[in-house]
Design a protein around this ligand. Structure first.
Ligand SMILES: N[C@@H](CCC(=O)N[C@@H](CS)C(=O)NCC(=O)O)C(=O)O
Length: 213
């Protein structure tokens, strides 16, 4: 039976898959494990009553396991690994925090209005740390096979590329060749192509109030 998954609908387009990176992480995990699923697109600016009753915190992603709605991508992906162990997506603990500061550094830089506040350099430093890791252990964080940490990073890197490209005309430095190849590899995976926001504009529309606000 297909697992039911609540996902974010695109901003202003309630019948299109939207731009939540945490939801895409869950969908990537389902695709990689070939678990059938059924989407409920949630307009987060006008959440349906049934969704709020099932999931009072009101956040997506949210997945129904054995009749109970469960939120939070960390919890959901852990349950998916336990319920559907093949193929294993377990990242060895020593690599599980690789790249974990990239998303917050990206958001800080994206929202920054002060070019001298160090937020760009802080992001570059995080990307350089990823570069060093991939150079030694790549092409994925754990070597030849994709694992959970890559599926968490992929949607966040997609937001980084799209939003910084649009709002700051910024791209990942060319000399970070391993990071650039990693991004290409992730974005070309079949699972990624099937689960990414239908249009780049949805990512831009999702960030616009936070950038302009
Ligand atoms: N820590 C959560 C974060 C989930 C999250 O922030 N989801 C956002 C969409 S990307 C959301 O539901 N926003 C709607 C709201 O907060 O009302 C996870 O990993 O699942």
């Amino acid at each position: 039976m297909a697992l039911e998954v609540c996902t974010k609908a695109a901003v202003g387009v309630p019948d299109a898959l939207g731009d939540c990176p945490f939801t895409q992480r869950v969908l990537l995990t389902l695709e990689e494990k070939k678990v059938p699923y059924k989407l409920h697109l949630i307009d987060v600016s006008n959440k349906p009553q049934w969704f709020m009753e099932a999931n009072p915190e009101g956040k997506v992603p949210c997945v129904k396991f054995d009749g109970k709605w469960t939120p939070d991508s960390d919890v959901i992906t852990q349950i998916l690994e336990e319920k559907y162990p093949e193929p294993s997506l377990v990242t060895p603990p020593e690599y599980s925090s690789v790249g974990s500061n990239i998303f917050s550094s990206f958001v800080k830089f994206l929202k920054s209005k002060d070019a001298s506040d160090g937020s760009e350099q802080a992001l570059v430093d995080e990307l350089k740390a990823l570069e060093d890791h991939l150079k030694e252990h790549g092409p994925y964080v754990n070597g030849e096979n994709v694992s959970a940490v890559d599926l968490s990073l992929a949607p966040k890197l997609y937001h980084l590329v799209v939003a910084l490209g649009h709002f700051k005309e910024w791209s990942i430095p060319k000399d970070l060749t391993y990071v650039n190849s990693y991004v290409e590899l992730l974005f070309a995976r079949e699972s990624f192509l099937k689960t990414k926001p239908e249009k780049k504009e949805y990512v831009i529309a999702g960030w616009a109030p936070k950038v302009n606000g």
